[in-house]
Write a protein that binds this ligand. Structure first.
Ligand code: NAX
Length: 329
């Protein structure tokens, strides 16, 4: 049997952590034959809750789970990890300025970058979930220069999965029949969910949804963009189970590969593809093979799409400026 892989989950005592831990322990992230050791990090006020999560993980007797490390010390939690899922962060509280929240998260991500650099496996693969996810990932990369930047990604897979699900519901087909939607840009309401290159059962989405042009033009994009808010309104809590499941999908496809002819959306360091500024963590359509992602090239972009892709890049550039100001102060 394969030797166990160590998976760090930060913010493990939180909502997403509670949903994510059992999924990873059950093999949804690294595959059904891959034993795992969970490294769970949270902050001191959550230490007791973190122990409770550990107790439940033990009680569930997951066959693949070979060990659990809980810690409130980033260095200890990062020790030897092969995969790091960064879910912990500082939430925006009522009355807080955007810049104050950014400042808190820049400090957290700078410190955790150093802890990963010093303690994680040299080939650690990092997924940032915590918001602002793209900019947190960029700050992590900035503060961990010895981790190859291609090993640091941000999660837009939940948005991607939301887009697949909306199209499947509309077409009345199982979600597995829908492929190759794209989330461009930021994991925020400026993201551009794009169906131009997607298919339903092999047919272009626009053809498969003949008669639903109005829905595609006016409802689909805002529904995906605002889905997080709709969940909060309905549940009184933000998305957790769907976020955890999407984090498993992101890492599994990254490490084990995407299916032939299929791409997924990932926040990765822009190399200037599709004219999107270098040096931003921007969500692109990606294919993956054995732990390496590449941006799908050569898709035709019409003027409407180009404008939406530019607008979300502009927001990311503003976030980066704000984050860099926070570092200086
Ligand atoms: P919770 O507030 O339930 O959990 C966050 C946990 O992080 C808490 O246990 C907290 O103590 C811990 N934490 C805070 N600072 C920490 C630090 N410095 N080191 C380690 N742990 C720390 O939030 P939850 O609902 O789990 O959401 C977590 C993050 O995911 C948030 O930033 C949220 O905005 C973000 N999301 C991102 C999504 C995405 O698609 N990229 C979707 C879902 C979610 O909204």
């Amino acid at each position: 049997p394969a030797s166990a892989k160590r998976v760090l989950i930060t913010g493990a005592a939180g909502q997403i952590g509670y949903a994510l831990c059992p999924m990873v322990a059950a093999g949804r992230m690294l595959g059904p034959d891959q034993p795992v050791i969970l490294h769970l990090l949270d902050i001191a006020p959550a230490a007791a809750a973190l122990e409770g999560v550990k107790m439940e993980l033990l009680d569930a007797a997951f066959p693949l789970l070979q060990g659990i490390v809980t810690s409130t010390d980033p260095a200890e939690a990062c020790s030897g990890v092969d995969v790091a899922v960064m879910v912990g962060g500082f939430p925006r509280k009522a009355g807080m300025e955007r810049k104050d929240v950014m400042g808190k998260n820049v400090s957290i991500y700078a410190a955790q970058a150093r802890a990963l650099e010093a303690n994680a496996s040299k080939d650690v693969k990092v997924l940032v979930v915590a918001n602002p996810a793209n900019t947190n990932a960029l700050m992590l990369a900035e503060h961990a220069p010895s981790i190859p930047p291609e090993n640091i990604t941000a999660m837009t897979r939940l948005d991607h999965n939301r887009a697949l699900a909306q199209v499947a519901e509309r077409a009345g087909v199982p979600v597995t029949k829908v492929k190759n939607v794209i989330i461009w840009g930021n994991h925020s309401s400026t993201q551009y969910p794009d169906v131009s290159h997607g298919t339903v059962d092999g047919k272009p989405i626009r053809e498969a949804l003949k008669g639903s042009e109005g829905w595609l033009a006016e409802e689909f994009v805002p529904t995906v963009q605002q889905r997080g808010a709709a969940i909060i309104k309905a549940r009184g809590l933000s998305s957790a189970m769907s976020a955890a499941s999407s984090a498993c999908d992101h890492v599994r496809n990254w490490l084990l590969g995407t299916a032939p002819g299929t791409w997924v959306s990932m926040g990765v360091l822009s190399d200037g593809s599709y004219g999107q500024p270098k040096g931003l963590v921007y969500s692109f359509p990606c294919t993956c093979k054995a732990g390496e992602w590449s941006i799908v090239q050569g898709l035709e972009i019409d003027a409407v799409s180009a404008e939406k892709m530019r607008a979300t890049a502009e927001e990311l550039a503003e976030e980066r400026e704000l984050a860099l100001e926070c570092i200086k102060e």
